[in-house]
Ligand binder design. Structure first.
Ligand SMILES: *Cc1c(COP(=O)(O)O)cnc(C)c1O
Length: 350
């Protein structure tokens, strides 16, 4: 007896980066985590949290949190839905807007989870490969019920200009999802499109920009009619009590957040220049990571391995369009000094 759905048996599954137990041993640049702690207001919130409250279910609709987000973005709470990380949000989107057999589409390389969610759901997947210089994007397939655009792109870090996203929103017949997991590190974002397009959903997360990958909170912004249907699909209590409180605290401390982001952007731009001078090729990045490649093509795996041997963790993706380099998160300035030193030694091999 084969108990499994054929589509699950045939699929690889999402592979997260290594999450080592001995945290101190490595310079961890493999999951695009923020190298700095969350706001001190988060610590304060945790200290004041009463464990007795845990016997109650959390607010299923995240009222306070959605109001807070609404203030921040100038949107009504009805235009916002929260999830257990943006992974949860992406899953809700797939299940709300794609009938099994209908089409999910995206450009590749992109965030690998879209495909995994699509396969599990029984969607037809149309992926459109794009390669450097990442400027002229082909039209989306006419049949796409949902088109996913990770912008800034993961794992490459480049950003599609707003004017082009706007064109894409016009061309996509279904929903255009702009996954802005890294938008806080970028010069532009697609928020303004929400006023012009009813078929655009923007997905954000506090995992990277607010140093809160561990609490799991993502959200979607969009037309109230779309968001309303997504509420029907989500798990009833998908965001726990602590997460709701912690995220409100973090969002309140905008000054801390702004300094944090500015610091990472400065380190990113400095590091990119230095690594280029060593001879690495790097696509200009608008995110909190870069995608450096050694001068010799097809050496991403050996580059990954050489960094790993020096206790520096990055991500290598064994795919045709990604095999020249690795994805490397921007850590603290000190961590990136050490990484640069390692890269200075490593490049002699190439
Ligand atoms: C990190 C990431 C996510 C997932 O974020 P979570 O909120 O931690 O689930 C979604 N999309 C992209 C492009 C990402 O890089």
């Amino acid at each position: 007896m084969n108990y499994f759905r054929p589509c699950i048996s045939a699929m690889k599954g999402y592979v997260p980066g290594i999450q080592p137990r001995e945290a101190g041993k490595y310079i961890k640049l493999n999951s695009n985590e923020n190298p700095y702690p969350p706001s001190p207001l988060v610590e304060e919130t945790l200290r004041q949290f009463s464990y007795q409250a845990l016997r109650f279910y959390p607010d299923p609709l995240c009222h306070q949190l959605r109001e807070k987000l609404g203030e921040l973005y100038g949107l009504a709470p009805e235009q916002i839905i929260c999830g257990n990380g943006s992974d949860d949000i992406l899953n809700i989107i797939v299940r709300t807007f794609i009938q099994p057999g209908e089409v999910m589409a995206f450009y590749e390389p992109t965030f690998p989870l879209y495909r995994v969610l699509g396969i599990i759901h029984g969607a037809e997947i149309i992926s459109i490969p794009v390669s450097a210089p990442y400027q002229d994007f082909p039209d989306p397939p006419p049949a796409a019920n949902v088109f996913f655009l990770a912008n800034p792109n993961s794992p490459l870090g480049y950003s599609v200009p707003l004017s082009q996203i706007s064109e894409l929103a016009q061309k996509v017949t279904g929903i255009l999802v702009v996954d802005e997991a890294y938008a806080e590190f970028a010069k532009e974002n697609a928020l303004s499109l929400l006023t012009h397009f009813q078929n655009v959903i923007i997905v954000r997360t506090v995992s990277k920009s607010y140093s809160l990958a561990g609490v799991r909170l993502g959200y979607a912004l969009g037309d109230a009619a779309l968001i309303k249907e997504m509420f029907k699909v989500k798990d009833p209590f998908n965001v726990n009590q602590l997460t709701q409180k912690i995220v409100i605290a973090a969002l309140t401390d905008q000054e801390y957040y702004r300094k944090n982001i500015a610091c990472i952007v400065t380190t990113r731009d400095w590091f990119t220049q230095e690594a280029r001078q060593l001879g690495y090729k790097i696509i200009p990045s608008q995110a909190n990571f870069i995608f450096p490649s050694p001068p010799r093509q097809g050496e991403g795996r050996s580059f990954y391995q050489s960094l790993y041997e020096r206790n520096i963790l990055t991500r290598f993706f064994d795919e045709e369009l990604l095999k020249d380099g690795v994805r490397m998160t921007i850590g603290t300035h000190e961590e990136m000094e050490l990484t640069l030193q390692a890269m200075r030694e490593i490049i002699k091999k190439y």
